[in-house]
Design a protein around this ligand. Structure first.
Ligand code: ADP
Ligand code: MG
Length: 601
């Protein structure tokens, strides 16, 4: 085929593909236009997952009748002009591409009335074909209806998911926008059913309530402003007892723009390290404010990503803010409270008690609704761990981070061991079960971490050195981290390209891992190192792995004195309520619940 210039029509359909990938992209572009127009209410109606129709109605400033057709021309925008520098862009749109793109791949009807006009106007673009602007009665604001999306682009149509799948994408996206703009009242309805509604009060917690429900809003912790930070970060994060199995519940904005950033999500996840079980994710809304010229929004066709001038700094400010609020509370998980009233399954099902030791999130929580894993309402105990005396203690011990208030354990009287796994104890408010492995992990972890932080190496030579075969590339990891590995007590020697010899181990491991066992633990530690992350957290993960393999196992018989010793040691730790991986060490059967179960009142 000879080289030829594409027709305008074909060229614009191809260009549309960059901005408009699926129904959710249409909704995003239209809603962002509504936000740029200073709307305070935005209603979105969807039919057939958006492939059938998408309607966005706003009460913003509107488009003057004589500009309505211009808005649909390529690169037509009211948001920047020749004098703008493309650096400090304060609006969500700026390229003038969305309306023409949508207009080239759908039938679009726009009805708008500008704030200064007596009457509105209507304009129709039919798969790239323009019509005349006509007068139309309309309230202030803009209403855009998109039907038959991608009917003229079969390739794109083929890649759309089911209506339900596309709707869920739209809902996730709109939920994020609603969280980033709490002063705007959003609603989403699909095929006549309401899916989301926020009231636009301006309070973030109200937006959370509208998007995720009041129960979740109640369990959010507010990030505290840090005047000393270079940027400001505010928002809400879930208390650790509330978590999810995926990352979609983390919303991040920069200067009012909703962004997706793997790195920043990761920063938040890392801040939760030690507070959440493996592979569980928080609900979080993090709003970052930086000087406008610190971010470049013009790097992604859909403007979903931004580039930071000082990325590491942003990353650490976010991490510190989230970590800070988490440090102030990590309650004992109370069994029984918060369950559907009248439910006595807990005491009847012998297997029931053990489940929070497993993965608290994946176990059955049908009563919690909306798929959230919810440990029972911890508020009462949060109060307890904030008692002034526990704070005073924190400043005097100051073992791990002087600014981290110490958690306290209730005063416990050990009764014995159950199932060779749990230590049974009585406390002021009920009966407590302590997971012996998790508790010991916590104890060893803090000890090992303290030595590590003080640069004290405690190493134990192996009677019989162990040889270890490494995964390709792992030797580089060993070389890179050899100082830290030595410091924590590992003595290793290279032995050929992909294997090495372990000669000595961290002292805490010595009794439990010898010979080949030591080699296996070493491989696990390398895995942790390979996972990456910034300094602080991978170090903690490495120490947590060592602690895990140094600790008493489930299924091991403990004498009553050993139980008592372990509880005493646990009491001395800074975070007695969770193991270093974030699982609870202790659960409580509330005495009031027991009385109710036994019909004593
Ligand atoms: P951009 O948002 O990049 O400027 P668009 O193609 O999305 O480009 O929109 C073109 C123009 O149409 C905008 O600059 C704005 O002036 C106008 N516009 C679009 N939607 C609305 C709306 N809902 N309310 C007011 N003006 C709008
Ligand atoms: Mg736009």
């Amino acid at each position: 085929m000879p080289i030829q210039v594409l027709s305008d029509d074909l060229a614009s359909r191809i260009a549309a593909g960059e901005v408009i990938e699926r129904p959710a992209s249409v909704v995003k572009e239209l809603v962002e236009n509504s936000l740029d127009a200073a709307s305070t209410r935005i209603d979105v109606h969807i039919a057939g997952g958006g492939a059938q129709s998408i309607t966005v109605v706003d009460n913003g400033q509107g488009i003057p009748a004589d500009e309505l057709s211009v808005a649909f021309e390529r690169f037509a925008t009211s948001k920047i002009d020749e004098s703008s520098d493309l650096i400090a862009i304060g609006t969500l749109g700026f390229r003038g591409e969305a309306l023409p793109s949508i207009g080239s791949v759908a039938r679009v009807e726009a009805i708008s009335r500008h704030a200064d006009s007596e009457a509105g106007a209507r304009y129709l673009v039919d798969f790239g074909k323009a019509n005349k602007v006509e007068p139309a009665g309309a309230p202030n604001g803009t209403r855009i209806e998109v039907t038959g999306l991608f009917q003229n682009v079969p390739a794109r149509l083929k890649f759309l998911g089911s209506a339900g799948r596309e709707l869920s994408r739209i809902q996730t996206m709109l939920a994020s926008l609603a969280l980033v703009y709490p002063h705007v009242a959003f609603s989403l309805s699909a095929d006549g059913r309401e899916r989301l509604r926020t009231i636009g009060s301006g309070k973030l917690v109200d937006a959370v309530s509208g998007v995720y429900g009041a129960k979740i809003a109640d369990q959010m912790l507010e990030l505290e402003p840090d005047q000393s930070a270079a940027f400001s970060v505010d928002g809400l994060v879930s208390s650790p007892s509330l978590n999810r199995s995926n990352r979609t519940y983390m919303t991040i904005s920069v200067n009012g723009r909703w962004i997706q950033s793997r790195r920043l999500s990761y920063a938040i996840e890392q801040a939760f390290y030690g507070f959440l079980p493996d592979r569980r994710f928080p609900v979080a809304i993090t709003r970052i404010t930086t000087p406008l010229d610190d971010v470049d929004a013009n790097v992604h066709p859909a403007k979903a990503e931004v580039r930071f001038l000082r990325e590491d700094l942003v990353y650490s400010v976010v991490q510190r803010a989230v970590r800070g609020v988490l440090s102030t509370s990590a309650p004992v998980h109370e069994l029984g409270a918060g369950r559907a009233s009248g439910s006595i399954g807990l005491l009847r099902t012998p297997g029931g008690i053990g489940r929070s030791e497993q993965s608290p999130g994946s176990s059955d929580r049908s009563s919690a609704g909306s798929g959230f894993s919810q440990w029972p309402d911890p508020s009462a105990i949060v109060e307890q761990s904030r008692l002034p005396e526990s704070n005073a203690e924190a400043t005097s011990t100051g073992a791990t981070g002087a600014n981290t208030p110490k958690e306290t354990l209730p005063v416990l009287r050990v009764i014995g061991q159950a199932h060779e796994t749990y230590i049974l104890a009585e406390g002021p408010d009920g009966v407590y079960l302590v997971d012996q492995h998790a508790a010991h992990e916590r104890v060893v972890f803090e000890r090992v971490k303290q030595r590590f932080d003080q640069n004290v190496t405690e190493s134990q030579p192996l009677l019989e050195a162990a040889s270890v075969d490494l995964a390709p590339g792992a030797m580089a990891t060993v070389q890179e981290h050899i100082d830290e590995l030595n410091r924590v007590g590992w003595g290793v020697e290279e032995f050929g390209t992909n294997s090495l010899i372990v000669r000595s181990v961290p002292a805490s491991l010595a009794t439990r891992a010898s010979g080949d066992g030591a080699g296996q633990v070493f491989v696990r530690v390398l895995d942790e190192l390979n996972e990456g992350g910034t300094g602080e957290t991978w170090r903690e993960r490495m120490l947590a792995t060592i602690a895990c393999h140094s600790s008493v196992r489930a299924g091991q018989v403990l004498s009553i004195d050993e139980c008592k010793n372990l509880i005493r040691e646990l009491e001395q730790t800074d975070r007695p309520n969770t193991c270093p991986h974030g699982r609870p060490t202790i659960v409580q059967l509330n005495v009031n619940d027991l009385e109710r179960e036994f019909k004593r009142r």
